[in-house]
Ligand binder design. Structure first.
Ligand code: SF4
Length: 404
């Protein structure tokens, strides 16, 4: 499944994470993370399955306690029984070396370990504990992500970089020193992992920040200095439109430059909301850039004073949701369906034009227009709908189009 999009990719070495390959010429992978207590294997497996069915190709779970580590094999089993073969990534901080030692079944059940070099210990212990985790990765033939984070930057490394900076004739700004420490933490940790025996093609890197320009700079630097696959994500992007816009602003720049092999959109969910939103946003970023296609896209106008009601906005939303719901079945039955476009337009001004450009489109009547809705397929008007069942009839036409 090689990716043949037109943006030249930054060359990286492909890394196998379970049954998914990250990097090389493979498509940019969308991943997500659960927010359940992993010790609750039932709820965690259920949320992993939800994320997988929404399109998350890798799912990361927190492994922060003995109970969580002990539950990981059960999460894996439950997913397998559901026919859900999504690779699981264990997110370790502070005590990963202890948990992997205490529960080797957890080490085996996971497809990848995320290690944060800022959170593996202090002083001499830091190296020992990092080496222990790498030893498990080698023993079980698992890849790791060296995941550096601005919020948990290795303090000893930073202190050393600050000391070095103070010796300079012209010291750098604090921000620049921190940036250098961030990159150095990722690259030196990866080099150490290789020194401890982990193959080069078992390492993925990330350097996450919560600030757009800093993130772009960090990944450009990483990409220029290594060929490890890069995991992109604006950490702590926030809630609602802010989280979506900031994540998109950062990731779109990098992806457009061919940088990034897997992405995670870190949205703060509304209370009790499902986690799927971040998967959908990740897919839409890749689809908007033309890197991948996941679901037929609805082209819809914003509406204005010419629209007689909000009927067409509802129709556009219903069609988009319905298309998304059909995809699990359609994608196996109809090759290429994910890249089709469906137009739902509010009046005659741009309605016919956009509808002709889409695979199939409908131009609803605006205020004062004759109450008919012409439908266009592959650029030609095929039928005109009218009456109270336009929505259902149009949906049936879309379905028939897909089947053809
Ligand atoms: Fe307004 Fe018509 Fe344009 Fe939609 S297509 S925004 S209804 S003018």
């Amino acid at each position: 499944m090689a990716n043949n999009h037109l943006i030249p990719r930054h060359r990286t070495v492909p890394v196998k994470v379970g049954n998914v390959t990250v990097g090389g010429d493979y498509p940019v992978v969308v991943q997500s993370m659960t927010n359940t207590d992993t010790a609750d294997a039932v709820r965690t497996a259920a949320q992993c399955a939800e994320l997988f069915h929404a399109g998350s190709e890798l799912v990361r779970i927190t492994v922060n306690s003995l109970e969580a580590a002990q539950a990981v094999p059960e999460v894996r089993e439950r997913l397998d029984k559901m026919g859900c073969n999504v690779p699981l990534i264990g997110d370790f901080h502070f005590n990963g070396h202890k948990l992997l030692t205490a529960v080797p079944e957890c080490a085996q059940a996971l497809a990848k370990y995320r290690i944060n070099p800022g959170n593996v210990g202090r002083g001499k212990k830091r190296d020992e504990q990092f080496a222990q985790m790498i030893e498990f990765a080698c023993r079980y033939d698992k890849p790791v992500r060296i995941g550096v984070n601005w919020g948990s930057l290795d303090q000893e490394l930073l202190a050393r970089k600050l000391d070095e900076n103070n010796q300079r004739a012209q010291p750098l700004e604090l921000y620049d020193v921190m940036h250098a420490a961030l990159i150095e933490s990722a690259l030196t940790s990866a080099a150490k992992a290789e020194e401890y025996g982990l193959p080069h093609d078992h390492i993925i890197l990330s350097c996450k920040l919560s600030e757009v320009q800093g993130l772009v700079r960090a990944y450009r630097d990483l990409a220029s200095r290594c060929d490890y696959p890069l995991h992109l994500g604006l950490t702590e992007a926030g809630m609602g439109s802010k989280g979506i816009v900031y994540s998109t602003a950062a990731l779109a720049v990098l992806l457009q430059e061919g940088i990034g092999d897997t992405i995670r959109i870190s949205l703060t969910p509304e209370p009790h909301a499902k986690r799927e939103k971040e998967v959908i946003v990740g897919q839409e970023i890749l689809q908007a850039l033309g890197l991948r296609s996941f679901t037929p896209q609805v082209v819809a106008c914003p509406g204005c004073g010419r629209t007689s009601s909000d009927y067409f906005q509802h129709l556009a939303e219903d069609i988009q949701n319905w298309l998304r719901e059909q995809m699990p079945v359609w994608k196996d039955k109809y090759a290429g369906v994910e890249s089709m476009s469906v137009a739902v337009m509010g009046c005659v001004v741009n309605g016919p034009g956009e509808s002709k450009h889409a695979n199939i489109g409908i131009s609803l009547p605006g205020s004062g227009e004759v109450p008919v809705a012409p439908v266009y397929e592959d650029g030609h008007k095929t039928v005109t709908l009218k009456g109270d069942n336009i929505a259902q009839e149009f949906q049936a036409l879309v379905e028939a189009y897909v089947q053809r």
